[in-house]
Write a protein that binds this ligand. Structure first.
Ligand code: ADQ
Length: 466
């Protein structure tokens, strides 16, 4: 492709994720207001300079009428976003049902929903059918917008069926798939009734990525044990075709956090908070309100610490920020909270004044809160207590205190260790983690994945020609 002035265009990257990075509010029959959310994925992809990114996904709103759909499509186009329209029934069965009630808990080792197991088993088939239907709808939109030479990057457990649908349209399409959650042990994955179909579909991609080497290994084992395919150091081979499988640990846009600390609203906020908690050490938890984040276990451990260390009772405070999410899913309604989302500047100020951050996820693909905390701590050099079941334990393990979040006694002891840690040890640990967080950024993550996807396809073509 060439531009009018004769210079070649940048290659296009179609990023397909369940949700578009926007929140859309309808203002009238044919008018919408849009706000781009500055999440990690958005800034990661802004950093990929060789590619021009387009987003494809659901806008998070039900738009049953054609006038509304047309107007939203037009408004989104200005933000380089392309909508997939899902009706309420599909969202209920695919998103709330199969994705968040079945795949999410299973991939985090929580099994299928405990009570009402029979009802879940009964609704399983219809939810899986809706899942496939929704994935096909995503594929249709990708296909309608695809131009030769584009690279397609599919994201997460919502879209495991997508690589297969895309390759059925066009075998030459370059397709990558990345999972943001853990991929569990093959023994867990094999309990899923649709285990083989999902694996086969993911294998249709050219490159499959995970946060850690362990997740990649679990995926390869699932393919060898469940499908009987051959696992190689490169990936999985099926009748001479190789699907490359590798680890691509995500990071954050660390500069954005470091820069924000100098902004005057953050400085004002820091002063206010420092005054409010004067004379006390601050411990912090920041999590989406989700059973995988281990918030009740964290509170129990803090309680135990206070019981065992009465001297600390009026000298330490634990701030736990929990944003309610997925409020349509019954399992999530049980975790009620009155907390709300914090704006970016308030979040940075909180990270900066914290002495000890407590990340006690029962399982977590990576956990970016731990990275964000480290990025904001270059002055204070606070301590990170981190679950060994978060992917981040593999990258920040040397600087953090690693804990088993199920072991309340161990977490309570780690709180004592963190609060009493001498300054030179805190500094040494922080330095290690800060170097990691600032050198393994979200931009680098996206760039590595996309360029490897491009190379993988070229290599495969060369191999077939030989
Ligand atoms: P999440 O489960 O959402 O992501 P995490 O990686 O910690 O978990 O990211 C959460 C994000 O939300 C952070 O950027 C954090 O700042 C923000 N956040 C949390 N609470 C907030 C609050 N109260 N107010 C404002 N912002 C808040 C999934 C996987 C992770 C994986 C990421 C990226 O579950 O394991 O690290 O995707 O791949």
């Amino acid at each position: 492709r060439e531009r009018l002035d004769g210079r070649p265009c940048r290659q296009r990257l179609l990023v397909v994720a369940n949700r578009l990075p926007v929140s859309a509010v309808r203002r009238g029959e044919d008018s919408w207001s849009l706000e781009i959310s500055a999440g990690g994925l958005v800034s990661a992809l802004l950093g990929v300079k060789e590619f021009e990114a387009r987003w494809i996904g659901w806008a998070g709103v039900n738009v049953p009428d054609e006038v509304g759909q047309k107007a939203l499509t037009k408004a989104l186009a200005e933000k380089r976003c392309i909508p997939v329209f899902l009706d309420e029934e599909i969202v209920h069965q695919y998103y709330n049902g199969y994705c968040n009630n079945i795949l999410w808990p299973l991939f985090h080792y929580l099994g299928l929903p405990q009570e009402d197991r029979l009802a879940t088993t009964r609704s399983f088939q219809s939810q899986f059918a809706a899942y496939k239907k929704a994935n096909q709808m995503f594929a249709d939109v990708v296909n309608d917008n695809y131009e030769e030479g584009d690279v397609v990057w599919c994201h997460d457990y919502h879209l495991m069926f997508l690589p297969k649908c895309l390759k059925e349209y066009n075998i030459k399409m370059k397709v990558g798939w990345f999972l943001h959650t853990p991929f569990p042990s093959s023994e867990i994955h094999r309990t899923l009734p649709s285990r083989s179909e999902l694996l086969r579909s993911v294998l249709a991609a050219d490159l499959v990525g995970f946060h850690t080497y362990d997740y990649a290994r679990h995926f390869v084992s699932a393919c060898t044990r469940i499908l009987g395919l051959e696992g190689t150091p490169e990936g999985v081979e099926d009748q001479g075709r190789l699907t490359r499988v590798a680890a691509f640990p995500i990071g954050i846009d660390s500069d954005r956090f470091i820069r924000a600390l100098d902004a005057s609203p953050v400085q004002d906020n820091i002063r206010e908070l420092a005054e409010r908690f004067k004379g006390r050490k601050v411990m912090l938890g920041v999590d989406r309100l989700d059973m995988i984040k281990g918030i009740p276990q964290k509170i129990l451990a803090f309680e135990k610490f206070l019981e065992e260390n009465p001297d600390w009772r009026d000298k330490v405070v634990l701030l736990q920020i929990a944003v309610p999410t997925r409020t349509d899913v019954p399992e999530y309604q049980k975790l009620t909270s009155q907390d709300r989302s914090l704006d970016f500047h308030a979040l940075c100020a909180l990270y900066a004044i914290t002495d000890v951050a407590l990340v006690t996820s029962l399982r977590d693909g990576m956990n970016l809160v731990s990275y964000e905390f480290v990025a904001c701590q270059d002055t204070k050099k606070g301590v990170l207590i981190l679950s060994e079941f978060a992917g981040a334990a593999q990258s920040l393990g040397a600087g953090a205190i690693l804990v088993n979040p199920w072991n309340i006694t161990e977490v309570a002891a780690s709180i004592a260790q963190a609060l009493n840690m001498p300054a030179d040890e805190r500094e040494k640990r922080h330095k290690h983690n800060f170097a990691h967080v600032t050198s393994h950024t979200a931009q680098e993550w996206a760039e590595t994945f996309v360029s490897e996807l491009n190379d993988t396809v070229v290599e495969a073509k060369l191999r077939t020609r030989q």
